[in-house]
Design a protein around this ligand. Structure first.
Ligand code: PMP
Length: 326
């Protein structure tokens, strides 16, 4: 018999899938690292398990403990799965910008969810960063994960996602393109790939309303870059420790409208029913066209599943309200 001993053993080893229609105008091969095959339907299962196991190993997380995290949903799902299998309580702190589906899904896997306002500064006591940190201090035997600054986040990708991409492409990958939020995915995968072949180029996909691109290009943390945006999962108003700017060759910014429209197009034209950051990521690849030549192998990572966006990017009434479609 061949079976996994628990759901956590099914994390990773996701397929690499060729894009065909949306990328028809590009000279190169474009392959999607298709992370919705993870049990929590997102890449975040990988780093969640790494963060939990590293915290268990050095005693930050003790038997019967409570895991507290500020999460837009996917990290919460990954942590919740680890908490269930390993016997911890899970508390997720999120913002009122997140889709209702994401919040309901966290509750479905036994997590307690606290919803905080989006339009407050990160250091405001009402922000989800501050609330998660405070709960981690107040609740006895609890551990505040802090995926933004926790080095096990990028480490998880360095140890699993990166090596998988290298092996699946027989070392032929030339470019890695991915949306950036905490920075764990780009930094961990990018570091691994560049260690194998320093010529691999690593591109981050950013949103309008986020600080990354300007900071990377100028070294200036420009508060004028910060304003509310719709795209989910990527872009930040802080500089997380997990973003290793030295590993990244450049950023491209994708508009909210393009990210939403391309999320729909991935589903309708490639049969890839994915989250909003996948739409941003594939539009980012198309924007980088001039950087690619014929024999290049471009890997773009798609973070999560479309089911979490049925009330938004997959709802034409919502798309019209935003002015994204007519
Ligand atoms: N897409 C989605 C849907 C996400 O949840 C996240 C995590 N915030 C990202 C992209 C960005 O990944 P990372 O945090 O590793 O930079």
């Amino acid at each position: 018999m061949e079976y996994a001993k628990n759901i956590l053993e099914t994390i990773g080893n996701t397929p690499l899938v060729k894009l065909n229609k949306l990328t028809a105008d590009l000279p190169c091969l474009v392959l999607a690292k298709y992370e919705t095959f993870n049990p929590g339907n997102s890449v975040k299962d990988r780093m969640a398990l790494q963060m939990v196991e590293d915290a268990e190993a050095d005693g930050r997380l003790k038997p019967g403990g409570t895991i507290v995290e500020g999460t837009s949903g996917n990290t919460g799902m990954g942590l919740a799965l680890a908490a269930i299998v390993k016997g911890y309580k899970m508390i997720c702190v999120t913002t009122d910008k997140q889709s209702k589906e994401k919040i309901d899904i966290l509750k479905a896997v036994g997590s307690e969810v606290h919803v905080c306002p989006t339009d407050v500064a990160p250091d405001d006591p009402r922000s989800y960063y501050s609330t998660a940190k405070r709960l981690g201090e107040e609740i006895p035997n609890s551990w505040y994960v802090n995926q933004y600054d926790n080095p096990s986040n990028a480490k998880g990708h360095y140890l699993s996602t990166g090596p998988e991409i290298w092996e699946q492409t027989d070392g032929k990958v030339t470019h890695f393109v991915v949306g950036v939020g905490t920075g764990g995915t780009i930094s961990g995968v990018g570091k691994f790939l560049k260690e194998q072949n320093p010529r691999v180029k690593v591109w981050g996909v950013d949103t309008y309303g986020s600080v990354f691109k300007k900071y990377h290009e100028t070294g200036i943390f420009d508060e004028k870059e910060i304003y509310p945006y719709i795209t989910e999962g990527i872009g930040e108003d802080i500089l997380p420790k997990n973003v290793d700017f030295h590993i990244i060759d450049g950023f491209t910014k994708v508009t909210d409208k393009d990210a939403a429209v391309y999320t729909q197009r991935l589903a309708k034209e490639e049969g890839m029913f994915l989250g909003n950051s996948a739409g941003a990521a594939i539009k980012g690849v198309l924007q980088l066209k001039e950087h690619f030549k014929e024999d290049d192998v471009v890997v773009v990572l798609f973070h999560d599943h479309g089911s979490r966006y049925v009330g938004k990017m997959f709802n034409d009434d919502w798309m019209r309200e935003q002015g994204f479609i007519k």
